[in-house]
Design a protein around this ligand. Structure first.
Ligand SMILES: Nc1ncnc2c1ncn2[C@@H]1O[C@H](COP(=O)(O)OP(=O)(O)OP(=O)(O)O)[C@@H](O)[C@H]1O
Ligand SMILES: [Mg+2]
Length: 242
């Protein structure tokens, strides 16, 4: 059986019956504002503070300074961890700015493929430099939604998952949740990750977290309420959502 590591989110470990599978890639899918960045940060912060683990955040959405300020509001001092050597930030925001039609020298190349190659390069470089135990890549939606066809998107996600898997670190990979509701259609990336955590907003603004999939371990698959407060995300693992 794979060992488990704490997610750093109170209540989520109990849904996961102990925590996240060590060394595996778990996908966190959520609507905009659902808490994907906060959840990934809590996951890293916990490892770095509780166990002095080296951690790596690959940020596609915001540069380091903004990330640090925003997460600072939830009591997480990543600047301090960085100076202690347990946190590194890879700024991958430039990938979003690569146009659909890019050029290497004079040769036209597909911008989306270039974006993927760049991201994989950045992840590998960060991993080699810092040898992290925990990684968060937040978020891949801008990149992968450039591949609208499932047969094109599948190998892209697979490349990313395999790169992260081979690092040996426990990884959270965040992306946007496209369809909601009970009849929602599965996204191709869900098939390729070891596990999936869904963050959704239900009727009347109730936030619900759910783990529909976690290979090789028994989990609670029910929707459970969660809140975002000054201390970050809290999951109420024994409560029901209505
Ligand atoms: N001080 C706070 N207290 C309570 N809730 C807050 C506070 N600050 C932010 N939030 C909530 O946290 C959400 C942002 O969380 P986060 O940035 O992790 O979301 P996200 O899923 O990464 O969003 P995006 O898709 O835009 O990147 C906001 O939508 C807001 O509801
Ligand atoms: Mg975010």
């Amino acid at each position: 059986m794979t060992s488990k590591v704490s997610s750093g989110v109170s209540g989520l470990d109990s849904i996961l019956k102990g925590g996240l599978p060590e060394g595996r890639v778990v996908l966190v899918l959520g609507e905009p504002g659902a808490g994907k960045t906060i959840l990934s940060s809590q996951f890293l912060y916990h490892g770095a503070t509780a166990a002095k683990e080296r951690t790596l955040f690959v940020g596609m959405n915001e540069p380091k300074a903004r990330f640090m300020t925003e997460m600072g509001e939830f009591g997480m001092d990543f600047a301090k961890l960085e100076s202690e050597g347990t946190f590194s930030y890879v700024d991958a925001t430039e990938i979003r700015r690569i146009p659909e039609q890019a050029r290497v020298g004079r040769i036209p190349v597909g911008g989306k493929e270039l974006g993927l190659v760049n991201l994989i390069d950045m992840i590998q470089e960060g991993v080699e430099k810092t040898k992290p135990k925990r990684i968060a890549v937040d978020s891949i939606s801008d990149l992968i939604f450039r591949f609208p066809l499932i047969e094109d998107r599948r190998p892209v996600v697979l490349d990313l998952v395999e790169t992260l898997q081979s690092s040996g670190a426990t990884t959270l990979l965040t992306s946007e949740l496209l369809s909601t509701g009970d009849e929602r259609s599965l996204q191709p990336e869900e098939y390729l990750a070891e596990g999936v955590v869904l963050l959704r907003t239900l009727r009347k603004g109730v936030r619900a977290i759910q783990v529909p999939k976690m290979r090789g371990s028994e989990v609670d698959t029910a929707q459970r309420p969660y809140t975002i407060r000054g201390s970050g995300i809290e999951v109420y693992a024994t409560e029901e959502v209505y």
